[in-house]
Design a protein around this ligand. Structure first.
Ligand SMILES: [Zn+2]
Ligand SMILES: [Zn+2]
Length: 475
C-alpha cells in the first residue's frame, strides 16, 4: 500500500503518537476551541471554484471512496477568504481547484486504522484530530481559466517527496512560479502553507474551532451557504414584522419577578437649547417576542451571543394547527400533522426554521386568554397549544431544522411540567422563537426569516426583532 499523502492525512509530524486507548473513544474535545463552527459549502459561495474530491472516489490511498459525497466545506470565515483568493487569481488567468477541506473525524480515524504501525507517523492521530477535522484546512491547486486544465506544479498532489516541499528548487521555472503564485494568493488572505506540502493550507484561526465529526450528508447545502437565498429577490419581497411591541402590557411568564420596565432618564429642553430624550430599560430575558438560547434548557449549550447567523437567518416553513387548537386549547403538534404538511408541500428542507401557527396571536396581550390564566406567580394552570415533543425531535433529527418558532408563550404547550420540547431541541443546539406575531400573514413555504436577538453575552434568551420576507409570488 502506498502511503504518501502526508497532508491528505495530515500534520502530525509535530505531534507525538497517542495511546490506543485515547483513540478508542469519539473525537477529542479541545477546551480552548471557542468559536461556534459554521461549515459552509465552498461552491455555494462561488460556483466557479472547481472541485476534484478524490476521497469521494476510489483513486486515493485507501482504494475506496471514504466520502459519500464530492463536497468541500470550510468554516465560514475561511471559506470567504478562500473565495477572495480565488477571485484575486482571476486577473492572472487562474482559479482554485480544491481537493479537500473539512474532513469528519471518523474518516481521520479510518485512515489511522488502515495505516500500518510503521507508517502511522504520516497520518493524523485521531486522538489529536487534524486541522481538516476543524474545517480549517484545505488542499488545493490552480487551474487555468482559459483551458480549465490543472496547472503543473513541482510535484503531484499528495506526493510525499522533496518535490512537494515549498522550498524545492527543482522542476521547471514555470512549475515553481505557479507554486509560489498559489502560496502568495493564499497567504494574502490569512492562510499558512504547510512547508512540506505546497497544496495544504491552514486557516489562521484553526485553533479556535472544535474537532468535528459531522457527516457530509447532514450538512445542508442551502442554509449553510447562500443557496437558500438565491430564490429570494429582496427588492420585490414583502417584509412582515413578526415582532410584538414591548411595553408595560407585554405578557411575561407568570412567575417572572417583573415585566418590561422603561424608565425615563430625560425628556425635554436642555440648558444647551436642544431637545433631549433618553430612557433606561429593564426586563427578564423571557417575555414578549423573544429567543430561547440552547443554554436555557441544556447545560453547556450555546448562549445568545454564540448563536450563528445561519440559525437566525433561514428559509421558513409554516405549520398550521389552528383547526385542532380551536377544539383543544392544549393541542400539541403531532407526527401525523407533519406528514400531512409534507404531503401537501413536499419535504421540509434542511436548514429551515419551523414556525407553528396556532391562532393564539389574536389573543395578545390579554393574559387570561393568551396564557389561560392571569394569576401572577402561578404557572400551574396555563393553557395554550404547542409543539409535541416527538414532532419537535423529529423536525430536528430528521429534517435538520435550525430553529423552532411559535405564536404562543412557549414551544411547550401550557400544561407542560417538564418542558420536553425545550429539552429535546436545546440539547441539539436548536434555539426557539416565542411570542412570534402575525404568523397568519405567512405562506406555508417560501418565506425567509431574519430573527436577530439582542446580543447579550452569556444570555439564556433575549428580546428578538424578527421579520419575514415573503416573495412577491407567494400568497
Ligand atoms: Zn423563553
Ligand atoms: Zn421557551
Amino acid at each position: 500500500m502506498r502511503i504518501h499523502l502526508a497532508c491528505a492525512l495530515a500534520l502530525v509530524l509535530t505531534s507525538p503518537p497517542a495511546s490506543a486507548a485515547a483513540t478508542a473513544a469519539g473525537p477529542p474535545r479541545d477546551p480552548t476551541a471557542f468559536r461556534e463552527p459554521e461549515l459552509v459549502e465552498l461552491v455555494t459561495l462561488d460556483a466557479t471554484i472547481r472541485l476534484d474530491v478524490r476521497y469521494a472516489r476510489a483513486d486515493n490511498f485507501t482504494g475506496r471512496a471514504v466520502y459519500p459525497q464530492a463536497r468541500v466545506f470550510m468554516q465560514r470565515p475561511a471559506a470567504a477568504a478562500l473565495v477572495r483568493a480565488h477571485r484575486a487569481l482571476r486577473e492572472q488567468g487562474y482559479g482554485l481547484l480544491v481537493f479537500d477541506g473539512y474532513r469528519p473525524w471518523t474518516v481521520t480515524k479510518l485512515f489511522w486504522d488502515l495505516t500500518p504501525a510503521d507508517q502511522k507517523v504520516y497520518v493524523a492521530d485521531p486522538a489529536k484530530g487534524s486541522r481538516h477535522n476543524r474545517g480549517s484546512a484545505v488542499d488545493l491547486t490552480l487551474f487555468e481559466l482559459a483551458t480549465g486544465h490543472e496547472v503543473k506544479m513541482p510535484s503531484a498532489y499528495d506526493e510525499a517527496a522533496e518535490r512537494a516541499h515549498v522550498t524545492y528548487e527543482g522542476g521547471t521555472e514555470a512549475e515553481r512560479a505557479a507554486r509560489d503564485l498559489l502560496i502568495d494568493a493564499m497567504s494574502r488572505e490569512g492562510f499558512f502553507v504547510y512547508p512540506y506540502e505546497w497544496w495544504h493550507f491552514d486557516w489562521k484561526d484553526w485553533r479556535d474551532y472544535p474537532i468535528l465529526d459531522i457527516a457530509f450528508e447532514s450538512i445542508p447545502a442551502g442554509a449553510a451557504g447562500t443557496g437558500g437565498w438565491t430564490q429570494l429577490d429582496l427588492a420585490s419581497a414583502r417584509a412582515i414584522d413578526l415582532t410584538w411591541t414591548f411595553d408595560e402590557k407585554t405578557p411575561y411568564w407568570p412567575t417572572s419577578p417583573s415585566g418590561f420596565e422603561l424608565r425615563q432618564l430625560s425628556y425635554g429642553p436642555t440648558p444647551g437649547g436642544y431637545f433631549y430624550a433618553a430612557n433606561s430599560l429593564c426586563a427578564p430575558e423571557h417575555g414578549g417576542t423573544h429567543l430561547d438560547a440552547p443554554i436555557h434548557f441544556a447545560e453547556g449549550g450555546a448562549t445568545v451571543d454564540q448563536l450563528s447567523l445561519s440559525q437566525l437567518i433561514a428559509p421558513a416553513v409554516t405549520l398550521d394547527v389552528r383547526p385542532q387548537a380551536r377544539g383543544d386549547r392544549d393541542y400539541r403538534l403531532t407526527l401525523e400533522d407533519l406528514a400531512a404538511w409534507e404531503r401537501r408541500n413536499g419535504r421540509i428542507p434542511a436548514g429551515a426554521v419551523a414556525l407553528l401557527r396556532t391562532g393564539w396571536g389574536e389573543r395578545w396581550p390579554d393574559r387570561k386568554r393568551y396564557l389561560g390564566s392571569d394569576v401572577r406567580g402561578d404557572a400551574s394552570d396555563l393553557h395554550f397549544p404547542g409543539f409535541g415533543a416527538e414532532a419537535a425531535a423529529w423536525l430536528v433529527r430528521e429534517r435538520g431544522v435550525v430553529a423552532l418558532g411559535i405564536d404562543t408563550a412557549s414551544v411547550d404547550h401550557g400544561p407542560s411540567r417538564a418542558f420536553e420540547v425545550h429539552q429535546a431541541i436545546m440539547k441539539a443546539g436548536v434555539p426557539a422563537f416565542e411570542n412570534v406575531a402575525r404568523l397568519e400573514d405567512l405562506p406555508e413555504t417560501g418565506a425567509y426569516i431574519v430573527a436577530l436577538p439582542m446580543k447579550i453575552a452569556g444570555g439564556s434568551g433575549a428580546p428578538l426583532r424578527i421579520v419575514a420576507f415573503v416573495p412577491s409570488g407567494s400568497r
